[in-house]
Design a protein around this ligand. Structure first.
Ligand code: G1P
Length: 298
């Protein structure tokens, strides 16, 4: 099992996974959306892999009573593993053992669905006194290639405070996201954040740079989360806590992501992610490419 690397500003990576997955019903009536496979691997395992590569030593998964299956994916399954071993299915055995071996996981319960800010706030109790920052990875967002969290950690080292990931969205779609008001720095991919607003109307949006579900947050965020009121959608918003910190002089920057971002939280985005990953897959890529070409031509 990989342990926290000392050059990372965080040890704990927080993954909010307590949501109802309403955009994906009826599939998510019994299957947590975080377990839906991208080709053959649940989205949550890709998130765990990203957090591990970024230097996290443990994953704090925020779940609800309905979502216990998410934790089970990170448990060893002696019966299944024994059967695969007896049958000589080594490749499958390796796949099954991968998630439990990736990173330590801790289950943090969110008893009521009061919003992303409320979910993240639940993690404070499990942090060690020495943990000055945490990473947050929203499992709906698949940010490829991996590496953005390391860039964000580097920016925290240089500027201090908190660092988020931004990506450009179509101005018509800003109302689905947290949106940044920014100013340039000497580095074209790094902007200083002057303000942040959750799900603004298109005409009120300060830019078309949106939050992409990756955060390196100073521990100060927990104090801010105690001081916010319900915001967009009547929920306690992480965006509002960050905006509160900015107003108090806390440095917040974004790294502008120029790679791919898939939204696994709705069927349309999920299908694109599956196709994207499958096209690069040694077992399925060629066949899928041929079929897609034929299908699109007809
Ligand atoms: C959340 C955040 C939002 C962010 C988005 C990225 O919104 O609140 O700031 O831009 O994730 O996917 P949600 O998609 O949960 O409504």
């Amino acid at each position: 099992m990989t342990s926290h690397t000392s050059d990372s500003p965080f040890r704990t990576a927080v993954v909010p996974a307590a949501g109802l997955g309403t955009r994906f019903l009826p599939a998510t009536k019994t299957v947590p959306k975080e377990l839906l496979p991208v080709v053959d691997t649940p989205g949550i395992e890709l998130i765990a892999e990203e957090a591990t590569e970024a230097g996290a030593g443990r994953l704090a998964i925020i779940t609800s009573e309905r979502k216990v299956g998410v934790m089970a994916h990170f448990s060893e399954d002696a019966v299944l593993e024994g059967t695969l071993e007896d049958r000589g299915k080594d490749v499958l055995l390796h796949k099954v053992q991968r998630a439990p071996g990736l990173i330590e996981v801790v289950d943090v319960r969110q008893e009521e669905p009061l919003g992303l800010g409320h979910a993240v706030a639940q993690v404070e109790d499990v942090l060690g006194a020495e943990e000055e920052a945490v990473a947050v990875l929203l499992p709906d967002d698949l940010i490829m290639p991996f590496g953005i969290l390391r860039q964000m950690s580097e920016v925290r080292r240089e500027h201090g405070g908190s660092v988020l990931c931004a990506f450009e969205v179509d101005p018509d779609n800003v109302s689905s996201y947290g949106v940044f008001e920014v100013e340039d720095t000497s580095d074209a991919t790094v902007k200083r954040v002057r303000g942040m607003v959750e799900k603004p109307a298109a005409e009120d949006a300060p830019s078309n740079l949106a939050a992409a579900g990756r955060y390196v947050l100073d521990r100060a965020v927990f104090d801010a989360l105690r001081r916010i009121e319900p915001g967009a959608g009547g929920e306690l918003q992480l965006t509002d806590a960050i905006d509160l910190l900015i107003g108090e002089g806390h440095p917040v920057h974004v790294v502008v992501h120029e790679g791919t971002r898939h939204d696994l939280g709705n069927p349309g985005g999920y299908i694109k992610a599956c196709v994207d990953f499958a096209l690069d897959n040694a077992a399925y890529g060629d066949d899928l490419r041929g079929w897609l070409t034929e299908r699109l031509g007809s």
